[in-house]
Design a protein around this ligand. Structure first.
Ligand code: ADP
Ligand code: MG
Length: 889
């Protein structure tokens, strides 16, 4: 037998203070019971889920000088009169049970005055189970299938727990069964009808996450603290009805882990709710008997029902409990139904009873003091000693407040008016208790074995029995074997008595011999049958063996076939793998090539793009250049056209002038030649026209500069449109031809049209011309003395003769100008080389020969011009221009 002492992890050593950051306040709940009678005065109201209001009953203020004050108290939750037990259990007790199964400790107590419903809440009333049976029910619902066999866990007398193997446990069970000690009630037994309806909980409430790889055992103990003495309510002491012995009180001890426990207290292992509650009920009965016998007031005692849960993990096979004491966890839930908290005088106790009551109240007073000091220490950081030892009650629960665990209190109040003052006290204490904090219990460490062991083991066992059943074998070999041998023994004829009472007894021995012979025969028969059976079994086995062998052979063949296939497939696999590798290599190469190509492609595309961009740029440049060139060409063409026109015009003018000069010379020559002889009867009109100005010799025509063609034209037209100027021009011999030309021009609209632009411009400018002239007058003075060169050629080859006409320009009354020639100077020059001399240095037109040759027929041409010398600084004071008869458009 291997036993282990469990180290209860629930209470840490005092040197190791609990983690202060993980603390929970004491959970205080309030339950208001309904009034016993509806006509009773009520002084407590439930305001909301967490608040109750208490007010003094009618007439109360009379005694207190009219003071009337309503007070409200807040709790974690308040349960009104209509709240059912289940609701209370779900909120208050369920978390404690969950903690218990997870290896954590808990304390739940009811507090209040007598008759406020403490017992009703904790134990329940007939037909309405309280928290205790519900807790038990939940525990067994949760651990039911995982419970260890009885005596696997063994509590020792030092608040420890041992574990032993199942065989030892079995032996102990048998030993206990043989003992005359009353057996612990089994779950299958008939439940006591007295409490049957209190444990008949239909909720099937259970903890969700129970460790299935653990085995569990529940132990219950029930003690009573009365008059500061502890009594074990489950102790089985022989009862002497003649001289009843008072019950022996128990003492409190501290175990090696500094936990408090009641020495020698009975702890009963229970396997079901019914069993556990029966144990409780037994204690309850005993309590009642003692109260009656010893004339005690039951409401003066505190009852403590302790549920201990031992749990240990299964071994690696998931079959048996792990035999390691370190792995055992022992958790504890204490359900306490405190004595009534009312003051002594209220009970009107006397003598012995008063002392008891005082003591009881002393326990509650100590509880109050302990909680007050605890609260003070926690709130103000003081280190006052908590007087736990002052009463058994507080001493027993010292570790719940000092150590770790969950502490919950249900404050029971009766709203009736008589309880007002007591209820006030209860409320104040309860509210204060909420401020005390208790260290939160830590989770127990994991065992380190694979989870799901129990399930696997169960599945294995099931499969095994299924297989055995299929093969026709025994499902449960052990039991069957037992039954066969039992049957065999039963079938044998009973042996007669072998006692020889008389010497002459000749019947006993023959009878015995007969029986023995019969037995022998039977045995022989049986052995024969057995041999037969053996033989049959042997043959069966052989058959089976041969079938197995044949099957094996078949399987072997199949196996070799399969192996061959596998080998072939393996080879194929290898080949394919090689192929895959080659292909992968190829793919790699191809990918690389593709990458290179893509790179090339990208580069080329980039290049293409840049080239196309360049091309576009070039094309646009080209277009721009073309446009520019076209513009330039057009410009140049226009320029040159204008230039040509200008030059042509100048040339024409020059030639006309020359022609005219020649004409004049010719005429003069003619005149010279003809004069000495006689006057000619008839003279050409041109000559006549020329003579007039010579006779008058007052307004010689100025020579206009050949470069200013537009101005010349404009001026000539202005003159032409001016009758006054025209008249004067007519009077001038040198411009008589020009006036003729002008007349012709006026008569010929088509000719006007040819030089339309300058004419038009001239006409458009006419209104402002006076202004222009005035401006030019200011610039150059009122009179201009000019020289008009009239080139003449006496001889085509050798002599060049120039005539200079000098004259003055006057401003006319009409705003125009008039030229008056004053003298004519003839300049002669002989050219030794016979080269032609330019008549005017300012004339840029070189081709004269051609012009001369063209303009030989003097008679057919008519052109007279009076030019102002080009380049004269005096400006164009007067320009006279004669249009040629034939002119290029
Ligand atoms: P205490 O234990 O506080 O002295 P009990 O639990 O014995 O009080 O209650 C006294 C009586 O009041 C009992 O008969 C009980 O059935 C009844 N009672 C108490 N609380 C309730 C409740 N919440 N609902 C119904 N009846 C109640
Ligand atoms: Mg009670």
């Amino acid at each position: 037998m291997k036993s282990a002492r469990a180290k209860t992890p629930r209470r840490p050593a005092p040197k190791k203070p609990p983690n202060s950051s993980l603390k929970d306040p004491v959970g205080v709940y309030c339950r208001v019971r309904p009034l016993s009678r509806p006509d009773q005065e009520c002084c407590i109201e439930v305001i909301n889920e967490t608040t109750v209001q208490i007010h003094p009953p009618e007439g109360y203020r009379i005694f207190r000088n009219g003071e009337y004050r309503e007070t409200q108290y807040s709790f974690k939750e308040v349960f009104g009169t209509l709240v059912v037990q289940k609701e209370l259990f779900d909120v208050v007790a369920k978390p404690l049970v969950e903690d218990l199964i997870r290896g954590k400790n808990g304390l739940l107590f009811t507090y209040g005055v007598t008759g406020s419903g403490k017992t009703h809440t904790m134990t329940g009333s007939p037909g309405d189970g309280g928290l205790l049976p519900r807790c038990l029910d939940m525990i067994f619902n949760s651990i039911g299938p995982f419970q260890a066999k009885r005596f696997v866990f063994k509590l020792d007398d030092k608040n420890g727990v041992d574990v032993q193997c199942e065989v030892d446990a079995l032996l102990e069970r048998q030993k206990r069964d043989a003992m005359p000690v009353p057996k612990t009630p089994s779950g299958k037994r008939q439940i006591d009808p007295e409490f049957a309806d209190m444990i008949n909980v239909q909720d099937h409430c259970k903890v969700e996450e129970v460790d299935e790889d653990n085995v569990y055992s529940v132990f219950v103990s029930y003690i009573e603290i009365y008059n500061n003495y502890i009594y074990d309510l489950l102790e089985e002491a022989p009862f002497d009805p003649i001289k009843p012995k008072p019950p022996q009180s128990k003492i409190l001890r501290e175990d090696q882990n500094h936990n408090m426990y009641v020495t020698g207290c009975t702890e009963v292992e229970v396997k079901s709710t019914e069993e556990a509650f029966e144990v409780f009920w037994r204690g309850q009965k005993k309590r009642r008997i003692a109260n009656t016998q010893l004339n005690r007031e039951s409401s003066r005692s505190h009852s403590v029902f302790i549920i201990k849960l031992a749990q240990a993990p299964l071994d690696a096979d998931g079959d048996n409990v792990l035999q390691e004491k370190e792995q055992i966890t022992l958790s504890q839930l204490s359900l306490v139904d405190l004595a009534g908290s009312e003051r002594t005088n209220r009970t009107k106790a006397e003598g012995n009873r008063l002392r008891e009551a005082g003591n009881i109240n002393q326990s509650l007073m100590t509880l109050r003091t302990c909680i007050e000091v605890l609260r003070e220490n926690q709130m103000y950081g003081t280190n006052k000693m908590v007087p736990y030892r002052d009463s058994k009650l507080t001493h027993l629960f010292k570790n719940y407040f000092d150590g770790e665990g969950k502490v919950r209190m249900i404050v029971c109040v009766n709203p009736k008016a008589e309880d007002y003052e007591e209820s006030l006290q209860v409320m104040r204490f309860a509210e204060m208790t909420q401020e005390v904090e208790v260290a939160r219990p830590v989770d127990r460490p994991l065992c380190g074995l694979t989870p799901g062991r129990r399930f696997r083991n169960a599945a294995f066992r099931e499969e095994l029995s299924r297989k055995l059943e299929m093969r026709g074998g025994p499902i449960n070999g052990e039991t069957e074997e037992q039954s066969v041998s039992e049957m065999f023994l039963q079938n044998l004829p009973p042996l007669p008595s072998c006692e020889l009472l008389d010497v002459n007894d000749d019947q006993t021995l023959p009878k015995l011999i007969e029986v023995l012979e019969k037995r022998h025969k039977l045995r022989q028969m049986l052995s024969e049958e057995f041999a037969k059976n053996v033989l049959a079994f042997k043959t069966m086995l052989q058959d089976f063996d041969s079938s197995v062998v044949s099957k094996e052979n078949y399987i072997q063949g199949k196996l070799s076939e399969k192996e061959k296939t596998i080998a072939g497939q393996k080879m194929e696999l290898e080949r394919l793998e090689k192929k895959i590798k080659t292909l992968e290599y190829k793919i790699e190469i191809l990918e690389k090539t593709a990458t290179i190509y893509e790179e090339d492609k990208r580069n080329l595309q980039q290049e293409l793009e840049s080239q196309s961009q360049k091309l576009q740029r070039q094309a646009s440049d080209k277009r721009r250049l073309e446009a520019r060139l076209q513009g330039m060409v057009a410009e140049t063409t226009m320029k040159w056209e204008k230039e040509c026109e200008r030059r042509v015009a100048a040339k024409q003018l020059e030639m006309q002038n020359k022609l005219w000069v020649k004409d004049e010379k010719l005429k003069q020559l003619k005149a010279i030649v003809t004069e000495p002889k006689n006057e000619k009867p008839e003279r050409p009109s041109r000559e006549r026209d020329r003579e007039k100005p010579v006779q008058r010799s007052v307004s010689p025509s100025p020579v206009p500069p050949p470069s200013n063609f537009t101005t010349q034209v404009a001026e000539s037209q202005r003159l032409a449109s001016n009758p006054q100027v025209h008249r004067r021009s007519n009077s001038c011999s040198s411009i008589s031809v020009a006036s003729c030309v002008m007349e012709w021009e006026q008569k010929t609209p088509s000719h006007k049209h040819t030089s339309g632009t300058p004419n038009a411009r001239s006409r458009q400018q006419e209104p402002g011309q006076n202004r222009d002239y005035n401006a030019s007058d200011r610039r150059r003075g009122m009179c201009w003395t000019g020289v008009i060169e009239v080139p003449r050629r006496r001889d085509e080859l050798e002599i060049e003769e120039d005539q200079c006409c000098r004259g003055d320009v006057f401003k006319t009354r009409g705003g125009g100008q008039a030229v008056q020639f004053t003298e004519i100077e003839t300049l002669k020059q002989e050219s030794p080389t016979g080269r032609k001399r330019r008549s005017s240095p300012s004339d840029p037109d070189p081709p004269k020969d051609a012009a001369d040759s063209e303009w030989t027929d003097v008679e057919t041409r008519c052109s007279v011009a009076v030019e102002m010398r080009a380049g004269s600084t005096l400006g164009p004071g007067y320009q006279h221009h004669a249009q040629p008869k034939r002119r290029k458009p």
